[in-house]
Design a protein around this ligand. Structure first.
Ligand code: DHB
Length: 304
């Protein structure tokens, strides 16, 4: 087997496939299950200061090329999350704590708590496409992105990843701002803003109306964002968006990703996801005479 190990900002992963936030990782038990099923690492659901119910149902709909979801950041709040993390840390692999807040102060308080619970790194959700006052409403602004990142960096010692929204004019401008704020890696991309309309009911399908589009349909958008970011920043990139096969993963790696996150495919394949992806990526590496995952990163950029 080829060498599938990768290292991101000091985190050593057995393979490059990380469970993305919000899918199958709602509890400590499901995070641990994903790790036991072969995930290189997992990202928690985004956790905020207070418990939140989330939006009214329906919160997810299948559409051509993937899903549109708008959950509304449901989570038990940071105080209750310690217990979930104890379970998630059981398998002894890296758990990345995703947090969301309304401003830099809230982010830094959450970051410290998460660090205290034992996560290996943080992922700042500056990219949820539909939550008022959170996510992309902060992450579409380079100054706010820089500020939140630098305040969090000053508050913790563990690596800080910033998850970016593709719903911007220039993702490299936002990526550079996060890098200037001291981000250790960038995660690209979160979901694309999207909506489905119920033709009989004459209204949006989802309870919240607007949602985030994920799955194979957004892969070319994610690959383009990673390719653009690779030219703009020096910190490592984690590619996300529609990765369903080992070849999809290879495409992101060649565009510039050093590791990958998977979400929508986990909906379909659950426990089989990670072993299938590793086997497929290994087959790709062997057939193209690559010895390691690491040797693929950025190769599509040639000498330029
Ligand atoms: C939700 C959706 C997102 O895309 C995200 O980044 C965070 C939260 C949600 O609906 O809960």
């Amino acid at each position: 087997m080829a060498d599938l190990t990768v290292e991101i900002a000091g985190l050593r992963l057995q393979n490059p496939f990380i469970l993305a936030s919000g899918i199958w990782g709602e509890t400590g038990a499901t995070l641990a299950r994903a790790l036991r099923a072969g995930a290189g690492a997992v990202v928690t659901k985004s956790i905020g200061t207070e418990p939140r119910q989330g939006y009214a149902n329906p919160t997810i709909v299948e559409v051509p090329g993937g899903f549109i979801n708008a959950m509304g950041l449901p989570n038990p709040g940071i105080d209750a999350y310690k217990e979930e993390l104890e379970t998630a840390l059981g398998p002894g692999k890296p758990v990345i704590g995703s947090i969301f807040g309304a401003d830099a102060r809230e982010f830094s308080a959450l970051a410290r708590r998460m660090e205290g619970f034992g996560v290996a790194a943080l992922e700042l959700n500056l990219s949820c496409p539909h939550a008022k006052g959170y996510g992309a409403q902060l992450g579409q602004d380079p100054d706010i992105t820089r500020k939140v990142t630098s305040v969090v960096k000053a508050a913790v010692r563990i690596p800080v990843f910033v998850k970016l929204t593709p719903n911007v004019a220039s993702i490299s401008a936002i990526g550079k701002a996060a890098e200037q704020g001291g981000a250790d890696a960038l995660c690209a991309v979160n979901t694309l803003r999207g909506m489905a309309i119920d033709l009989d009911l004459c209204r949006p399908v989802l309870g919240h109306g607007m949602g985030g589009y994920s799955g194979p349909g957004i892969k070319p958008v994610g690959v383009a964002c990673v390719y653009e970011l690779f030219k703009a920043v020096r910190i490592p990139l984690i590619g996300i968006g529609g990765i369903s096969t080992g070849e999809d993963a290879a495409e992101y790696l060649l565009a510039g990703a050093a590791a990958l996150q998977v979400g929508s495919i986990v909906y379909k394949k659950r426990d089989r996801t990670f072993r299938d992806l590793c086997r497929e990526l290994d087959r790709f590496l062997a057939s193209h005479r690559y010895r390691s995952v690491r040797s693929l990163t950025g190769k599509a950029h040639g000498g330029s």
